[in-house]
Design a protein around this ligand. Structure first.
Ligand code: ATP
Length: 446
């Protein structure tokens, strides 16, 4: 918008005939000589001055409106982007939702005894319980619900899970793990399995066994979902993450050192969890023991996760993932004996004490694995050199640290028969944990 000024003095008097204008070349206004002015109202020159100012004001208003409009547009664009990003986060579960809609109208095989109320967390009182206490009808091939285990509370359903905001925790051997925050505030870990090659019936039978495992040092499997294209497992979310992250994360700085007391407690908790699994039968093993499968509660209690999954999925596409933990005799990752679990646990103990990730140890100058590297140092009687620097300040627990190191070496023996059973491993860790406690905090003998 332009503002054009025309010098009206160049025009002749006749050009202003019939107007109420005054000033040169017309007679002066009220006797005051001056330039010609163009009144916008019949009121005269004073009003004209005001009109000139209001032109500026109009320009200001126009500019202000444009700026305002632009700001509203920007706010709208920002809101749209925010909405689409939260959609993106849950996009991975979208295909499940599609299937859920396809099967709508089918008879649910889970009967809810107590209504469908939601509680906070897994509170049994607040929640409805699964009808038969098992949650699964093995004769029915059409169950497309979230199936809960045992006495677990049914505090949410598939719809809630699909609505939850999801964040990828990591990709593992069996699929991708997500942290899902449900609208009611419950946080769960969801594992989306890939490469499940067994039949639905077989899957249900095997997952039932996994779901029936109940021990304070295991990450409880709460529920699962099975359909043609999606297999989901729902676990408790462990807020402190994995031992691997705690041990190897943030080494550069800003990290809280892991003291001996915490490390020995983690070793004991993990050993107890694995011992429990082994006590379920001579052929029951974990099959994938490593530090990223030892998860921690807020108070650093260890919980073993991922048990029983190797029999659900096909051979891993990345066979070297467990390199460093796998016992030398294991050729088929789907068939891991209890003694092979003991080997992996031995490597985990050495990792806990040295602070070295076993896979990296493969790349060290000598090209040896962690157990052989530790053994070579111990043979040279440089034992104290082997420990993580963060542990060296605990001089008073050095004897127990050496005992735990020896246990790690025993567990990682080349020949399976030379390895101790998990019950023996737990007993030895328990003993050394007790002896490293200060005198006044020793538990009463039972
Ligand atoms: N219940 C859980 N709570 C918190 N974090 C978890 C939970 N389950 C898994 N994670 C974390 O998610 C990440 C991916 O886990 P996932 O088990 O899929 O793979 P992995 O442990 O790296 O390998 P693998 O599949 O061979 O066990 C890991 O960092 C793991 O510690």
């Amino acid at each position: 918008m332009g503002l054009y000024l025309i010098d009206l003095r160049v025009l002749g008097i006749s050009s202003f005939g019939g107007t109420s204008l005054c000033g040169k070349p017309l007679p002066d206004c009220d006797g005051v000589p001056g330039n010609i002015v163009v009144p916008s109202t019949p009121n005269g020159g004073g009003e004209a001055k005001r009109k000139k100012l209001s032109g500026g004001a109009i320009a200001g208003i126009v500019i202000g409106s444009i700026v305002g409009l632009l700001m509203i547009l920007m706010i709208l664009m920002f809101l749209c982007r925010k909405k689409s990003s939260s959609k993106l986060r849950s996009i991975d579960f979208a295909s499940v939702k599609q299937q859920e809609m396809e099967i709508q109208g089918e008879k649910p095989i889970v009967e809810v005894e107590n209504g469908g109320g939601y509680g906070n967390g897994y509170s049994a009182a607040a929640a409805a319980t699964v009808g038969n206490g098992k949650g699964v009808d093995l004769n029915s091939g059409d169950a497309k619900k979230l199936m809960f285990f045992g006495k677990a509370s049914r505090v949410f359903d598939l719809e809630d899970l699909l609505r939850a905001s999801a964040e990828v925790l990591g990709k593992g051997t069996f699929g991708t793990a997500y942290k899902a925050v449900l609208e009611m505030g419950t946080v769960v870990a969801v594992k989306r399995l890939r490469d499940v090659t067994i039949s639905e019936r077989e899957f249900r039978e095997k997952i039932e066994t996994v779901g029936s495992m109940d021990h304070e040092n295991l990450v409880p499997l709460r529920a699962y979902y099975y359909s043609r294209d999606e297999k989901l497992l729902v676990y408790d979310y462990m807020s402190m993450g994995s031992l691997s992250a705690l041990l190897h994360g943030n080494r550069g700085g800003g990290r809280t050192p892991l003291n001996w007391e915490i490390r020995s407690c983690i070793a004991l908790g993990a050993a107890r969890g694995i011992e429990y699994l082994h006590s379920q039968g001579p052929n029951v093993s974990h099959g994938n023991i490593k530090s990223s499968n030892i998860l921690l509660t807020q108070s650093h209690d260890a919980r073993v996760s991922d048990f029983g999954l190797s029999c659900l999925v096909g051979p891993p596409s990345t066979p070297n993932r467990v390199a460093g933990y796998r016992a030398p005799e294991v050729t088929d990752p789907g068939k891991v004996s209890q003694k092979a679990d003991v080997y992996s646990f031995g490597v985990l103990l050495l990792e806990l004490l040295t602070g070295k990730p076993p896979a990296h140890a493969l790349l060290n100058e000598e090209g040896v694995d962690l157990p052989r590297w530790v053994q070579s140092i111990v043979r040279e009687e440089w034992t104290s050199e082997v420990f993580d620097l963060e542990l060296l300040r605990y001089q008073n627990a050095e004897e127990e640290m050496v005992q735990l190191l020896q246990l790690g070496i025993d567990c990682a023996a080349q020949f399976p028969d030379n390895r101790p059973a998990m019950s023996e491993v737990t007993r030895r860790i328990d003993e050394l944990c007790r002896s490293s406690l200060p005198e006044d905090s020793q538990p009463e003998p039972q």
